[in-house]
Design a protein around this ligand. Sequence first.
Ligand code: NAD
Ligand code: DAU
Length: 340
Amino acid sequence: MKLIITGGAGFIGSNFIYYELKQHPEDEFICLDKLTYAGNLSSLKDAMQQPNFKFVKGDIADRDFVYSLFEGEKPDVVVNFAAESHVDRSILEPELFLKTNVIGTGVLMDACRKYGIKRYHQVSTDEVYGDLPLDRPDLFFTETTPLHTSSPYSASKASADLLVLAYHRTYGLPVTISRCSNNYGPYHFPEKLIPLMIINALHDKALPVYGDGANVRDWLYVEDHCSAIDLIIRHGRDGEVYNVGGHNEKSNLVVVKIILKALGKSEDLITFVKDRPGHDRRYAIDQTKIHNELGWLPQTKFEDGIAKTIEWYLDNKDWWQEIISGEYQNYYKKMYGNKF
Ligand code: NAD
Ligand code: DAU
């Protein structure tokens, strides 16, 4: 089987490529990535050594380019990770999110129709459901929870999901969608909560916690997300949405304190800053459907996953130092000012 994996130079995509190369050495993999600020070829260094892996630089919203790639490669499956993925950046600059996340998804699906692809998989997010109140721990997102978005990022991801389901109903395109909770693990870009807090703590810099730090996320080790997508693309039913989550809810403040403790740093580094506009309070996934249909369950406990993640950041300083010393500094100053 030949798979095109878009956005494979990003956090989850690169982890997915390594997972697939290990689990399915008989398959062929092509990574299509625009190499935006979030795409990093060094994350794919080891994959590049494999004869059944190829990297192609390009934009999923560039129709001519995408069609010629599909014409030449004739893939069986497309897994779309490519996206602008950071909520804060979507608040600063929404338009790019529409171009990549909505138009790009449409272009990929048109190519899938034209070249008769057997499965198009859309990697989506629990953020399409909006948020849940903190005082209702009994509530969870199911696949039938109405879409109700908060940020330009989540609105663009929900629009893409609706387009994917429309292509299934109207054109019979064989699609699946996974909606996953917050991932963490190796190759996570330093702008996101967990790597940002690890890196700042290592430099004894202030840790900027938005609002009161009580917002809750359902953290899933990235490899567990990869195993869920692998099952869905190979055994999931056409036209279906699958929630993927960890049943591992933690407030931001708790996560930050766990990181500080693991690194032997003081909680005095925690600094409460202005809240994110429209900040979602709580995400929580009900993963009954994927468990019942495909037998999937997360394998990594948070205490093990966070320890492995911290170790990875300690062992791979070159990877993140290269990122934070470049253009990232301008974004960081714009977001957090000179204080941090
Ligand atoms: P990321 O920002 O780390 O990586 C995105 C990748 O897409 C980068 O390599 C970037 O270069 C590439 N890209 C961006 N625009 C492109 C374009 N126009 N054409 C081709 N490539 C392009 O993102 P991530 O955290 O790995 O997320 C991957 C996917 O998973 C996204 O669709 C995101 O919405 C979804 N998701 C993420 C999480 C999470 O916790 N990170 C959870 C659920 C779902
Ligand atoms: O739920 C899935 C989503 O998880 C994905 O769809 C997104 O692509 C991914 O970026 C992530 O979104 P979040 O907004 O939840 O992740 P982020 O790491 O940006 O923030 C996690 C929480 O931490 C959130 O409540 C905001 C807070 N935060 C974040 C940063 C960067 C802080 O308090 N301080 C910070 O500096």
